[in-house]
Design a protein around this ligand. Structure first.
Ligand SMILES: NC(=O)c1ccc[n+]([C@@H]2O[C@H](COP(=O)([O-])OP(=O)(O)OC[C@H]3O[C@@H](n4cnc5c(N)ncnc54)[C@H](O)[C@@H]3O)[C@@H](O)[C@H]2O)c1
Ligand SMILES: O=c1ccn([C@@H]2O[C@H](COP(=O)(O)OP(=O)(O)O[C@H]3O[C@H](CO)[C@H](O)[C@H](O)[C@H]3O)[C@@H](O)[C@H]2O)c(=O)[nH]1
Length: 323
Protein backbone atom coordinates (compact mmCIF):
# COMPACT_ATOMS: atom_id res chain seq x y z
CA UNK A 1 0.00 0.00 0.00
CA UNK A 2 0.95 3.64 -0.34
CA UNK A 3 1.19 4.67 3.34
CA UNK A 4 1.59 8.18 4.82
CA UNK A 5 3.17 8.13 8.28
CA UNK A 6 3.07 11.18 10.53
CA UNK A 7 5.67 11.14 13.29
CA UNK A 8 7.72 8.52 11.42
CA UNK A 9 10.98 10.06 12.70
CA UNK A 10 9.95 9.41 16.30
CA UNK A 11 10.54 6.43 18.54
CA UNK A 12 7.61 4.15 17.67
CA UNK A 13 7.07 5.57 14.17
CA UNK A 14 10.65 4.83 13.08
CA UNK A 15 10.30 1.12 13.84
CA UNK A 16 6.87 1.00 12.29
CA UNK A 17 8.24 2.54 9.07
CA UNK A 18 11.01 -0.07 9.05
CA UNK A 19 8.44 -2.89 9.41
CA UNK A 20 6.14 -1.36 6.75
CA UNK A 21 9.01 -1.26 4.27
CA UNK A 22 10.03 -4.83 5.12
CA UNK A 23 6.43 -5.86 4.38
CA UNK A 24 6.64 -4.24 0.91
CA UNK A 25 4.67 -1.03 1.51
CA UNK A 26 5.61 2.30 -0.07
CA UNK A 27 6.13 4.83 2.74
CA UNK A 28 6.10 8.62 3.01
CA UNK A 29 7.11 10.05 6.40
CA UNK A 30 5.83 13.45 7.50
CA UNK A 31 7.55 14.81 10.61
CA UNK A 32 8.44 18.28 11.87
CA UNK A 33 11.44 16.88 13.80
CA UNK A 34 10.29 18.67 16.96
CA UNK A 35 11.13 15.41 18.74
CA UNK A 36 12.13 12.95 16.05
CA UNK A 37 15.41 12.56 14.18
CA UNK A 38 16.08 12.61 10.45
CA UNK A 39 18.47 9.67 10.83
CA UNK A 40 15.71 7.63 12.48
CA UNK A 41 13.84 7.57 9.17
CA UNK A 42 14.51 4.46 7.13
CA UNK A 43 16.49 5.55 4.05
CA UNK A 44 14.01 3.74 1.77
CA UNK A 45 11.13 6.02 2.88
CA UNK A 46 10.34 9.38 1.29
CA UNK A 47 10.67 12.17 3.89
CA UNK A 48 8.64 15.41 4.07
CA UNK A 49 9.70 17.95 6.68
CA UNK A 50 6.61 19.50 8.26
CA UNK A 51 6.45 23.01 9.63
CA UNK A 52 4.85 23.36 13.06
CA UNK A 53 3.02 26.59 12.16
CA UNK A 54 1.97 25.84 8.59
CA UNK A 55 -1.27 23.91 8.59
CA UNK A 56 -1.43 23.81 4.80
CA UNK A 57 1.89 21.95 4.58
CA UNK A 58 0.25 18.91 6.12
CA UNK A 59 -2.81 19.06 3.87
CA UNK A 60 -0.65 19.52 0.78
CA UNK A 61 1.63 16.67 1.80
CA UNK A 62 -1.35 14.31 2.12
CA UNK A 63 -2.98 15.44 -1.12
CA UNK A 64 0.24 15.14 -3.12
CA UNK A 65 1.05 11.69 -1.67
CA UNK A 66 -2.49 10.33 -2.35
CA UNK A 67 -2.06 7.64 0.30
CA UNK A 68 -4.29 4.61 0.68
CA UNK A 69 -3.57 4.56 4.42
CA UNK A 70 -2.42 7.03 7.07
CA UNK A 71 -0.62 5.98 10.24
CA UNK A 72 -0.80 8.89 12.69
CA UNK A 73 1.98 8.79 15.30
CA UNK A 74 2.76 12.53 15.45
CA UNK A 75 1.80 14.02 18.80
CA UNK A 76 3.01 15.71 21.93
CA UNK A 77 3.40 12.74 24.21
CA UNK A 78 4.47 13.53 27.75
CA UNK A 79 2.05 13.12 30.62
CA UNK A 80 4.09 15.30 33.01
CA UNK A 81 4.54 18.17 30.53
CA UNK A 82 0.83 18.12 29.73
CA UNK A 83 0.12 18.95 33.38
CA UNK A 84 2.10 22.20 33.06
CA UNK A 85 1.36 23.10 29.40
CA UNK A 86 -2.06 21.69 28.47
CA UNK A 87 -2.49 24.10 25.53
CA UNK A 88 0.43 22.51 23.69
CA UNK A 89 -1.36 19.16 23.94
CA UNK A 90 -4.77 20.32 22.77
CA UNK A 91 -3.21 22.29 19.93
CA UNK A 92 -0.95 19.57 18.59
CA UNK A 93 -2.99 16.48 19.35
CA UNK A 94 -6.46 17.84 18.61
CA UNK A 95 -6.15 20.87 16.26
CA UNK A 96 -3.33 19.50 14.12
CA UNK A 97 -5.03 16.11 14.23
CA UNK A 98 -8.21 17.64 12.83
CA UNK A 99 -6.26 19.12 9.90
CA UNK A 100 -4.96 15.64 9.15
CA UNK A 101 -8.41 14.04 9.43
CA UNK A 102 -9.88 16.55 6.99
CA UNK A 103 -7.02 15.94 4.57
CA UNK A 104 -7.57 12.18 4.89
CA UNK A 105 -11.22 12.56 3.89
CA UNK A 106 -10.35 14.95 1.04
CA UNK A 107 -7.73 12.52 -0.28
CA UNK A 108 -10.11 9.53 -0.07
CA UNK A 109 -7.89 7.60 2.34
CA UNK A 110 -9.12 4.03 2.90
CA UNK A 111 -7.66 3.35 6.36
CA UNK A 112 -6.60 5.62 9.23
CA UNK A 113 -4.54 4.12 12.06
CA UNK A 114 -4.19 6.22 15.19
CA UNK A 115 -1.74 5.98 18.12
CA UNK A 116 -3.97 6.38 21.12
CA UNK A 117 -3.04 5.47 24.66
CA UNK A 118 -4.12 3.75 27.84
CA UNK A 119 -3.89 7.24 29.39
CA UNK A 120 -7.39 7.81 27.92
CA UNK A 121 -8.81 5.53 30.63
CA UNK A 122 -7.42 7.25 33.71
CA UNK A 123 -7.19 5.11 36.86
CA UNK A 124 -9.21 1.98 35.97
CA UNK A 125 -11.93 0.32 38.05
CA UNK A 126 -10.40 -3.05 37.23
CA UNK A 127 -7.29 -4.59 35.69
CA UNK A 128 -6.58 -6.02 33.20
CA UNK A 129 -8.22 -3.10 31.41
CA UNK A 130 -10.55 -3.94 28.54
CA UNK A 131 -11.69 -1.56 25.81
CA UNK A 132 -15.18 -1.17 27.27
CA UNK A 133 -13.96 0.49 30.51
CA UNK A 134 -15.08 4.09 31.04
CA UNK A 135 -12.57 6.65 29.76
CA UNK A 136 -11.81 9.28 32.42
CA UNK A 137 -8.36 10.69 31.75
CA UNK A 138 -6.58 12.45 34.61
CA UNK A 139 -4.14 14.47 32.50
CA UNK A 140 -4.45 16.73 29.43
CA UNK A 141 -2.36 14.32 27.34
CA UNK A 142 -4.90 11.53 27.86
CA UNK A 143 -7.79 13.95 27.36
CA UNK A 144 -6.37 15.20 24.05
CA UNK A 145 -6.01 11.63 22.78
CA UNK A 146 -9.58 10.83 23.87
CA UNK A 147 -10.83 13.91 22.01
CA UNK A 148 -9.13 12.67 18.86
CA UNK A 149 -10.63 9.20 19.33
CA UNK A 150 -14.07 10.79 19.44
CA UNK A 151 -13.43 12.86 16.31
CA UNK A 152 -12.24 9.74 14.55
CA UNK A 153 -15.39 7.87 15.52
CA UNK A 154 -17.58 10.67 14.12
CA UNK A 155 -15.53 10.81 10.91
CA UNK A 156 -16.16 7.09 10.57
CA UNK A 157 -19.90 7.51 11.07
CA UNK A 158 -20.28 10.55 8.85
CA UNK A 159 -17.54 10.18 6.22
CA UNK A 160 -17.18 6.37 6.36
CA UNK A 161 -13.47 6.73 7.15
CA UNK A 162 -12.34 3.26 8.28
CA UNK A 163 -10.04 3.47 11.31
CA UNK A 164 -8.16 1.47 13.90
CA UNK A 165 -7.20 3.32 17.09
CA UNK A 166 -4.63 1.50 19.19
CA UNK A 167 -4.48 2.28 22.88
CA UNK A 168 -0.84 1.48 23.56
CA UNK A 169 0.35 0.75 27.04
CA UNK A 170 4.03 1.57 27.69
CA UNK A 171 6.12 1.27 24.54
CA UNK A 172 9.65 0.01 25.15
CA UNK A 173 12.55 -1.86 23.54
CA UNK A 174 14.26 -1.31 20.20
CA UNK A 175 14.84 -2.89 16.82
CA UNK A 176 18.45 -3.53 15.76
CA UNK A 177 18.50 -0.26 13.85
CA UNK A 178 16.13 2.11 15.68
CA UNK A 179 15.59 2.89 19.35
CA UNK A 180 14.48 5.49 21.87
CA UNK A 181 16.14 8.90 21.86
CA UNK A 182 14.10 11.81 23.15
CA UNK A 183 15.96 15.09 23.57
CA UNK A 184 14.61 15.39 27.08
CA UNK A 185 14.10 11.83 28.24
CA UNK A 186 11.28 11.28 30.70
CA UNK A 187 10.58 7.58 30.11
CA UNK A 188 11.52 5.06 32.72
CA UNK A 189 13.62 2.44 30.91
CA UNK A 190 15.95 4.77 28.96
CA UNK A 191 16.43 6.85 32.11
CA UNK A 192 17.37 3.82 34.19
CA UNK A 193 19.78 2.62 31.49
CA UNK A 194 21.69 5.91 31.68
CA UNK A 195 23.26 4.55 34.87
CA UNK A 196 24.94 1.46 33.35
CA UNK A 197 25.83 3.63 30.32
CA UNK A 198 27.81 5.83 32.73
CA UNK A 199 25.67 8.91 31.98
CA UNK A 200 23.92 9.16 35.38
CA UNK A 201 24.90 8.18 38.90
CA UNK A 202 21.39 7.10 39.85
CA UNK A 203 17.82 6.88 38.59
CA UNK A 204 14.70 8.42 40.13
CA UNK A 205 11.60 6.68 41.46
CA UNK A 206 8.58 9.00 41.27
CA UNK A 207 6.41 8.02 44.20
CA UNK A 208 6.77 5.16 46.67
CA UNK A 209 3.39 5.56 48.39
CA UNK A 210 1.07 4.21 45.68
CA UNK A 211 -1.43 1.48 46.57
CA UNK A 212 0.71 -1.22 44.93
CA UNK A 213 2.70 -4.08 46.56
CA UNK A 214 6.02 -2.14 46.64
CA UNK A 215 4.49 1.36 46.60
CA UNK A 216 5.71 2.25 43.09
CA UNK A 217 3.64 2.62 39.90
CA UNK A 218 2.83 -0.42 37.81
CA UNK A 219 2.86 -0.36 34.01
CA UNK A 220 2.50 -2.85 31.16
CA UNK A 221 5.57 -2.64 28.88
CA UNK A 222 5.10 -3.59 25.24
CA UNK A 223 7.84 -4.06 22.64
CA UNK A 224 7.74 -1.57 19.77
CA UNK A 225 8.20 -4.33 17.16
CA UNK A 226 5.03 -5.93 18.53
CA UNK A 227 3.27 -2.56 18.31
CA UNK A 228 4.47 -2.25 14.71
CA UNK A 229 3.14 -5.70 13.84
CA UNK A 230 -0.31 -4.74 15.09
CA UNK A 231 -0.26 -1.78 12.69
CA UNK A 232 0.44 -4.10 9.75
CA UNK A 233 -2.60 -6.19 10.71
CA UNK A 234 -4.77 -3.07 11.04
CA UNK A 235 -4.17 -2.24 7.37
CA UNK A 236 -6.28 -5.19 6.21
CA UNK A 237 -9.64 -4.10 4.76
CA UNK A 238 -12.56 -4.29 7.19
CA UNK A 239 -10.49 -3.95 10.39
CA UNK A 240 -12.11 -1.19 12.40
CA UNK A 241 -12.36 0.03 15.98
CA UNK A 242 -10.50 0.55 19.26
CA UNK A 243 -7.89 -1.92 20.50
CA UNK A 244 -5.63 -2.09 23.55
CA UNK A 245 -2.04 -3.15 22.93
CA UNK A 246 -0.13 -4.51 25.92
CA UNK A 247 1.11 -7.82 27.29
CA UNK A 248 -1.22 -8.12 30.25
CA UNK A 249 1.69 -8.16 32.73
CA UNK A 250 2.28 -5.30 35.14
CA UNK A 251 5.73 -4.37 36.45
CA UNK A 252 6.44 -1.84 39.17
CA UNK A 253 9.11 0.83 38.81
CA UNK A 254 11.29 -1.10 41.28
CA UNK A 255 10.87 -4.34 39.29
CA UNK A 256 11.90 -2.55 36.10
CA UNK A 257 15.01 -1.21 37.84
CA UNK A 258 15.86 -4.77 39.00
CA UNK A 259 15.46 -6.06 35.45
CA UNK A 260 17.76 -3.33 34.11
CA UNK A 261 20.33 -4.34 36.74
CA UNK A 262 20.08 -7.99 35.68
CA UNK A 263 20.31 -7.25 31.94
CA UNK A 264 23.15 -4.72 32.21
CA UNK A 265 25.00 -6.53 35.02
CA UNK A 266 25.31 -3.22 36.90
CA UNK A 267 24.01 -2.14 40.31
CA UNK A 268 21.64 0.81 39.73
CA UNK A 269 21.14 3.16 42.70
CA UNK A 270 17.68 4.76 42.89
CA UNK A 271 16.57 7.96 44.61
CA UNK A 272 13.02 8.07 45.97
CA UNK A 273 11.24 11.23 44.79
CA UNK A 274 7.68 12.54 45.23
CA UNK A 275 4.90 11.40 42.91
CA UNK A 276 4.85 12.85 39.38
CA UNK A 277 1.53 14.68 38.83
CA UNK A 278 -0.89 12.90 36.49
CA UNK A 279 0.43 9.35 37.02
CA UNK A 280 -2.19 6.63 37.66
CA UNK A 281 -0.96 3.92 40.09
CA UNK A 282 -1.54 0.84 37.93
CA UNK A 283 -2.20 0.31 34.21
CA UNK A 284 -2.28 -3.21 32.80
CA UNK A 285 -3.76 -4.16 29.43
CA UNK A 286 -6.37 -6.67 28.51
CA UNK A 287 -5.47 -7.09 24.82
CA UNK A 288 -7.59 -10.16 23.98
CA UNK A 289 -9.61 -8.15 21.46
CA UNK A 290 -6.52 -7.43 19.31
CA UNK A 291 -5.42 -11.06 19.59
CA UNK A 292 -8.86 -12.35 18.66
CA UNK A 293 -9.97 -9.89 15.99
CA UNK A 294 -6.68 -8.85 14.39
CA UNK A 295 -4.72 -12.08 14.88
CA UNK A 296 -2.06 -10.15 16.81
CA UNK A 297 0.62 -12.25 18.50
CA UNK A 298 3.34 -10.45 20.47
CA UNK A 299 6.83 -11.84 19.77
CA UNK A 300 8.58 -10.17 22.73
CA UNK A 301 6.19 -10.38 25.68
CA UNK A 302 8.90 -10.88 28.32
CA UNK A 303 10.20 -7.80 30.14
CA UNK A 304 13.71 -9.28 30.05
CA UNK A 305 13.67 -9.42 26.23
CA UNK A 306 12.21 -5.92 26.00
CA UNK A 307 14.90 -4.47 28.27
CA UNK A 308 17.63 -6.49 26.52
CA UNK A 309 16.78 -5.02 23.10
CA UNK A 310 16.71 -1.51 24.61
CA UNK A 311 20.06 -2.09 26.33
CA UNK A 312 21.65 -3.45 23.14
CA UNK A 313 20.52 -0.38 21.19
CA UNK A 314 21.71 2.08 23.84
CA UNK A 315 25.11 0.35 24.05
CA UNK A 316 25.45 0.72 20.27
CA UNK A 317 24.18 4.33 20.34
CA UNK A 318 25.20 5.75 23.74
CA UNK A 319 24.40 9.29 22.56
CA UNK A 320 21.32 8.29 20.55
CA UNK A 321 20.95 9.70 17.06
CA UNK A 322 23.52 12.24 15.95
CA UNK A 323 20.98 14.84 14.68
N1 LIG B 1 5.86 5.97 23.97
C1 LIG B 1 4.81 5.44 24.56
O1 LIG B 1 4.94 4.68 25.53
C2 LIG B 1 3.42 5.70 24.05
C3 LIG B 1 2.34 5.14 24.74
C4 LIG B 1 1.05 5.40 24.26
C5 LIG B 1 0.84 6.14 23.12
N2 LIG B 1 1.91 6.68 22.47
C6 LIG B 1 1.67 7.47 21.26
O2 LIG B 1 2.45 6.94 20.20
C7 LIG B 1 2.85 7.99 19.30
C8 LIG B 1 4.35 7.95 19.10
O3 LIG B 1 4.99 8.10 20.36
P1 LIG B 1 6.57 8.14 20.49
O4 LIG B 1 6.90 7.63 21.84
O5 LIG B 1 7.19 7.52 19.30
O6 LIG B 1 6.81 9.70 20.48
P2 LIG B 1 7.96 10.57 19.76
O7 LIG B 1 7.92 11.92 20.37
O8 LIG B 1 9.25 9.84 19.76
O9 LIG B 1 7.43 10.66 18.27
C9 LIG B 1 6.48 11.59 17.84
C10 LIG B 1 6.96 12.17 16.52
O10 LIG B 1 5.99 13.09 16.04
C11 LIG B 1 6.66 14.24 15.56
N3 LIG B 1 5.68 15.34 15.66
C12 LIG B 1 5.08 15.84 16.77
N4 LIG B 1 4.20 16.80 16.44
C13 LIG B 1 4.24 16.90 15.08
C14 LIG B 1 3.53 17.71 14.15
N5 LIG B 1 2.62 18.62 14.53
N6 LIG B 1 3.83 17.55 12.82
C15 LIG B 1 4.74 16.65 12.41
N7 LIG B 1 5.43 15.85 13.25
C16 LIG B 1 5.17 15.98 14.57
C17 LIG B 1 7.87 14.40 16.45
O11 LIG B 1 8.92 15.15 15.84
C18 LIG B 1 8.27 12.94 16.65
O12 LIG B 1 9.16 12.51 15.64
C19 LIG B 1 2.34 9.27 19.93
O13 LIG B 1 1.11 9.62 19.32
C20 LIG B 1 2.12 8.90 21.40
O14 LIG B 1 1.13 9.70 22.00
C21 LIG B 1 3.19 6.48 22.91
O1 LIG C 1 12.73 8.48 35.70
C1 LIG C 1 11.60 8.01 35.86
C2 LIG C 1 10.65 7.96 34.82
C3 LIG C 1 9.40 7.44 35.09
N1 LIG C 1 9.10 6.95 36.32
C4 LIG C 1 7.80 6.32 36.57
O2 LIG C 1 7.72 5.20 35.72
C5 LIG C 1 6.39 4.99 35.24
C6 LIG C 1 6.39 5.00 33.74
O3 LIG C 1 6.69 6.33 33.30
P1 LIG C 1 7.01 6.69 31.78
O4 LIG C 1 7.30 8.15 31.75
O5 LIG C 1 8.04 5.76 31.24
O6 LIG C 1 5.66 6.35 31.04
P2 LIG C 1 4.18 6.89 31.32
O7 LIG C 1 3.43 5.70 31.88
O8 LIG C 1 4.15 8.14 32.07
O9 LIG C 1 3.71 7.29 29.85
C7 LIG C 1 3.74 6.43 28.72
O10 LIG C 1 2.57 5.71 28.67
C8 LIG C 1 1.44 6.53 28.75
C9 LIG C 1 0.30 5.62 28.84
O11 LIG C 1 0.27 5.19 30.18
C10 LIG C 1 1.41 7.52 27.60
O12 LIG C 1 0.76 7.08 26.48
C11 LIG C 1 2.73 8.15 27.26
O13 LIG C 1 2.79 8.59 25.92
C12 LIG C 1 3.87 7.27 27.45
O14 LIG C 1 5.01 8.08 27.53
C13 LIG C 1 5.58 6.15 35.85
O15 LIG C 1 4.97 5.69 37.00
C14 LIG C 1 6.62 7.20 36.23
O16 LIG C 1 6.26 8.00 37.32
C15 LIG C 1 10.02 6.99 37.35
O17 LIG C 1 9.74 6.57 38.47
N2 LIG C 1 11.24 7.53 37.09
Amino acid sequence: MNVFVTGGAGYIGSVCVEELIKAGHQVTVYDNLSEGHRSAVDSRAKFILGHPEKENDLRNAVLSTKPEAILHFAASTLVGESMTDPGKYFHNNVCNGLTLLNAAVEAGVKKFVFSSTCATYGPPDKVPMTEDLPQRPINPYGESKLMFEKMLNWYHQVHKLEFVAFRYFNAAGASEQFGEHHRIETHLIPNILKVPLGQSKQCDIYGTDYPTPDGTCIRDYIHIIDLAQAHMLALAPGKQGFYNLGNGDGYSVRQVIEMCEKVSGTKIPAIEKPRRPGDPPKLVAGADKAIRELGWKPQYPKLQDIVTTAWNWHKQHPNGYSD
